[in-house]
Design a protein around this ligand. Structure first.
Ligand code: PLP
Length: 469
């Protein structure tokens, strides 16, 4: 069934949509960007003209003209009696290709597979026969793998036993399982602003009421605000990335970790700490995991960034009582992590120091190359240099990142505009630019951005850095 977008929801998604262009054009353009970014889906029904004009406080003529522009451009189909339905033109219209036909796709901050990956699969294949006599449904993880993950935490100074680990099908699966297990309807959750888009998607999918607190490029986590919200709104969970936060690349200091963990414990908020990016250190050095400061923290991990996204092996570390609850809830969603991938992951973890060193070298090269290119070709952009992670979080000044993403797409370059990382359309003046690509790809991608940045919309913005839903 096609979804129906209410006037209020559309107004929220649109955020700051006005530009220097006539209002109807700016509105049509913004709806088109939302569709191309996947924030409105093809097939969704738009609100009636009257409803949208009220929600946006613009004339009905403006909305009618915007709809007819979208219709003319092939993005809206109107059927008498059943309203106007969004429509994503086919991929054969290369200029609007969403996922395909892009010469260069910087919409993913991922790195190529670790060179030792194939060897790890070869070792796994040798070990596989011993497992074929069992049924192969593994809901907690192979003992050796759980033990190696526990050892990884002990190596970071955090006592951990294998029973505290559940192996999952990546960190995204882990997060969904945590939400399904711990979240009850009507509860609030707290997230960083900006945050990882698919975490927002996961919380939205259960109808969670999302509160956000700022993580600022210059000053980091606004913990006063976080603690205020924890006290006032008593969210059941707070989702955080204290190590090489995606997208800013920032890390929380030891004192900040201590402070936040203590506040969450006092108020009974469970900290869900996503460490998917924690192994991507370039030149920061080790910091104690957040779970060192509270026994109640749930930590999500993954080999997706350090080894390969296609491996699909992650984990959850937590207190034993919660691990038991997670296990009870797991079969509703899946029946275990594949054995072959777990065997490969076990082999990879034996190699963890060289895997992280290899990743670190490559990320340093990418970061420094991209930084040099950005400084030469886009000197007006304010680029903060992270000491780890996979991307820059760039303040684009007056340039709208959604407009930039759209223009880049027609040049064959995929990039994710800032608002995808925010609640309520925030971060229109920010862009996530991954540097986890080859020098050649970085050269091509940044050249495209340099060419188009001067020609895309620049409009005054009143973007709230923090929004509470
Ligand atoms: C912060 C964060 N969490 C989770 C994920 C998803 O991880 P996985 O591929 O292990 O499901 C990603 C991947 O981009 C991520 O950046």
């Amino acid at each position: 069934m096609n979804s129906f977008v209410t006037g209020r929801r559309l107004a929220r998604e649109l955020g700051e949509w006005r530009s220097n262009a006539p209002a109807y054009k700016a509105l049509a353009e913004r709806v088109r960007v939302l569709l191309l970014d996947g924030r409105l889906s093809s097939g969704a029904r738009l609100p009636a003209e009257r409803e949208l004009s009220q929600a946006l406080e613009v004339s009905r003529t403006t909305v009618a003209a915007a709809y007819s522009k979208l219709r003319e451009d092939g993005f809206l189909a109107s059927v008498r009696g059943s309203g106007s339905t969004l429509h994503l033109p086919g991929h054969h219209r290369g200029e609007y290709a969403l996922h395909h036909g892009l010469a260069l796709d910087f919409s993913k901050a991922t790195a190529p597979a670790y060179p030792g990956l194939q060897g790890a699969y070869a070792a796994a294949l040798e070990e596989l026969p011993a497992y074929l006599v069992h049924d192969g449904f593994d809901m907690v993880g192979l003992p050796n793998l759980r033990e190696s993950i526990a050892q990884h935490y002990r190596d970071r100074g955090l006592p951990t036993s294998a029973e505290q680990i559940m192996v999952t099908i990546g960190a995204q699966h882990a997060l969904n399982l945590v939400i399904r297990t711990l979240y009850s309807p009507g509860e609030r959750v707290l997230v960083e602003q900006p945050t990882y888009p698919h975490a927002l998607d996961a919380f939205s999918s259960v109808g969670a009421r999302i509160l956000a607190f700022p993580v600022r490029q210059d000053s980091g986590w606004d913990l006063q605000e976080a603690v205020l919200q924890i006290r006032r709104a008593a969210p059941s969970m707070a989702y955080l990335m204290p190590d090489f936060h995606n997208p800013t690349g920032l890390s929380m200091s030891v004192r900040e970790r201590q402070y936040l963990a203590a506040a969450a414990d006092r108020e009974g908020t469970v900290l869900v700490v996503d460490e998917t990016t924690a192994l991507l250190d370039i030149d920061r050095g080790p910091l104690p995991p957040m779970a060192s400061f509270s026994p109640n923290v749930l930590t999500l991990g993954s080999l997706g960034k350090v080894a390969w996204g296609g491996l699909r092996v992650g984990w959850i570390r937590g207190p034993r009582n919660i691990m038991a609850q997670l296990l009870r809830h797991r079969p509703a969603g899946d029946l275990g992590t594949p054995i072959m991938e777990q065997l490969a992951a076990t082999a990879l973890l034996r190699d963890l120091p060289s895997m992280t060193a290899n990743r670190s070298l490559d990320l340093r090269r990418g970061r420094d190359t991209a930084l040099g290119l950005l400084r030469r070709q886009l000197p007006q952009w304010n680029v903060h240099v992270p000491d780890g992670g996979l991307s820059f979080w760039i303040n684009t000044g007056d340039v709208s990142s959604s407009a930039l993403a759209l223009a880049a797409r027609s040049e064959g370059l995929g990039i994710v505009p800032g608002p995808r990382f925010g609640v309520d359309g925030a971060f229109e003046r920010y862009l996530r630019l991954p540097f986890s690509y080859s020098d050649e790809q970085l050269g091509e991608g940044i050249a495209v951005l340099g060419r188009i940045a001067g020609n895309v919309g620049s409009h005054p913005l009143r973007m709230p850095l923090q929004a509470v839903i």
